[in-house]
Design a protein around this ligand. Structure first.
Ligand code: APR
Length: 280
């Protein structure tokens, strides 16, 4: 999976001082049994109509049918609660321990699986929010509240019960809360989604690993463009072609490891461990 050219690139990069950054997407959690966004057509039915995740996960849908949007998220939270991190998640935590001063993890995943590994969360940047938290839909404050534990195992139900709506009310103003996630019709910001922090990290990155992402959203594209513009190295780990494939083919420092993250990341970890043991 790691050809000699990439092996040499990795060894050279490890002798540097700048950031080695991992930008991960839903593909990292695919081997934990959590469906990705674009690989499966996970519809959600309201009445007689099917809705895609891209339709359900919007402020527009929340404004029209907040209870059904919450109903869908509580179902997804249940899926995530049942999932466990896979070898890819643990390899990332191990890599961080090998190169703590250079490591950065930018995650599009809201499934909470990073928190079930020994990862030092100070180097984790969740750019799409976190399903385990909610915040006031009336924006009375920026406070994040954990999803009430009674709702985490609720699973798929036809609608929200009155007592559940009460549990989902803002503790400060009583308005309904909303999931702390970036919706498809919303914009990145620093306050909730670490926008400025990750763009700064991209500028400091000499080696960027893309892991399990289709490149469908614009911040990952901005990060890749920033890293490539500084003639740094970008390695894409994905079993299939994606939005970045052509761009990396054209780039001098673009590479594609065609494989699953649960296999490729432990290999990357092993190479880094070997180089470190040799003092390189
Ligand atoms: N290992 C690595 N990659 C995988 C694996 C695997 N085992 N299985 C699937 N993939 C790849 C797919 O080939 C695809 O390119 O993971 C990618 C998943 O793409 P998406 O479903 O689009 O997920 P992601 O890129 O994270 O979506 C970005 O868009 O839908 C919004 O907010 C949502 O965070 C999400 C964002």
């Amino acid at each position: 999976m790691l050809d000699t050219e990439l092996f040499d690139v990795l060894q050279l990069q490890l002798q540097g001082k700048r950031k080695i950054t991992f930008l991960v997407g839903a593909g990292l959690s695919a081997e934990s049994g959590i469906p990705t966004f674009r690989d499966v057509d996970g519809f959600w039915t309201i009445g007689s109509k099917n809705y895609t995740p891209q339709e359900m996960g919007t402020l527009q849908m929340f404004n029209v049918n907040a209870h059904q949007v919450w109903n869908w998220y509580l179902y997804r939270i249940h899926l995530c609660q049942r999932a466990r991190p896979n070898s890819g998640h643990f390899a990332l935590a191990n890599i961080q321990q090998l190169i703590p001063e250079r490591f950065a993890l930018i995650s599009q995943n809201v499934d909470g699986l990073h928190f079930q590994t020994p990862l030092d969360l100070s180097q984790l940047y969740l750019i799409h929010g976190d399903l385990c938290y909610m915040r006031c839909s009336a924006n009375c404050s920026s406070e994040l509240y954990p999803i009430p534990i009674e709702l985490l195992a609720r699973g798929e139900q036809p609608h929200l019960r009155t007592d559940e709506v009460k549990l989902l009310s803002c503790p400060k103003c009583g308005e309904l809360t909303r999931p702390h996630v970036l919706w498809f019709d919303e914009y990145y910001n620093q306050k909730f989604y670490k926008l400025d922090s990750v763009l700064r990290i991209a500028k400091e990155t000499s080696l960027l690993f893309l892991v399990g992402t289709s490149g469908a959203t614009n911040l990952p594209k901005r990060i890749v463009d920033t890293v490539l513009a500084k003639s740094s190295v970008v390695v894409d780990i994905n079993p299939r072609e994606n939005e970045f494939t052509r761009q990396l083919e054209r780039a001098k420092n673009g590479y594609w490891i065609q494989g699953k993250s649960g296999e490729a990341l432990p290999m990357i970890e092993a190479q880094i461990r070997l180089f470190k043991s040799r003092g390189s």
